[in-house]
Design a protein around this ligand. Structure first.
Ligand code: BEZ
Length: 188
């Protein structure tokens, strides 16, 4: 797969066929909301786990020294908590560009957990799987923390990405041992 996924994403879903379009954010989309939305709700998706296994050439690292950012890996029985946004189709023009470094859009069932509207909706997520050229794959949480501590790119320090994600997960009341362990190593 090419490292630039803009064109592939534009051909993946017929967004105009959806009654409502929901987007699920599990990484920077939780705390960097630079797009318009109709409503938002905390939520989770089932069967997926967040991992700092994707390389970032364009935001938190460079081509020569990629940073590490999150993607999702299949994990039966697990839940991944994040934030869901109801959006309009045009938002994906911006997001396909923002998340072009190996991420493809996938359909997923999102469980919204807002007190006022607990329900399941069909939505979209961006996932970077092992077939993309920027994929870095597993490493120990200590090694990942060290890697993050030494990386930065056009969007800023890689450590700021990790700390912002950990903070926003805490604010959501979500527990993610992988993210919190790496945060702990980074702060040491
Ligand atoms: C997310 O927050 O869901 C996300 C952000 C960047 C790339 C992929 C996913």
């Amino acid at each position: 797969m090419s490292v630039n996924t803009i064109e592939q994403n534009q051909q993946r879903q017929a967004l105009h066929d959806y009654d409502e379009i929901w987007l699920f954010g599990y990484g920077s989309l939780i705390y960097k909301v630079d797009f318009a939305f109709i409503q938002q709700s905390p939520g989770f998706i089932s069967g997926w786990q967040r991992r700092f296994w994707q390389g970032s050439h364009d935001h938190r690292g460079t081509l020569e020294q990629p940073g590490r950012v999150v993607t999702l890996i299949p994990a039966a029985g697990m839940h991944c908590f994040g934030m869901a946004y109801q959006v309009t189709a045009d938002v994906f023009e911006h997001l396909d560009h923002r998340e072009k470094n190996g991420y493809l859009r996938h359909e997923v069932v999102i469980t919204l957990t807002d007190k006022k509207q607990s329900r399941e909706v069909l939505g979209l997520i961006y996932i970077a799987d092992e077939s993309n050229e920027a994929y870095l794959g597993p490493a120990s949480e200590r090694e990942i923390a060290e890697h993050i501590a030494n990386s930065s790119g056009p969007s800023g320090e890689n450590s700021e990405y990790l700390l912002s994600l950990a903070k926003s997960l805490r604010e959501l009341g979500a527990v993610d041992d992988h993210v919190f362990n790496i945060e702990r190593y980074l702060r040491k």
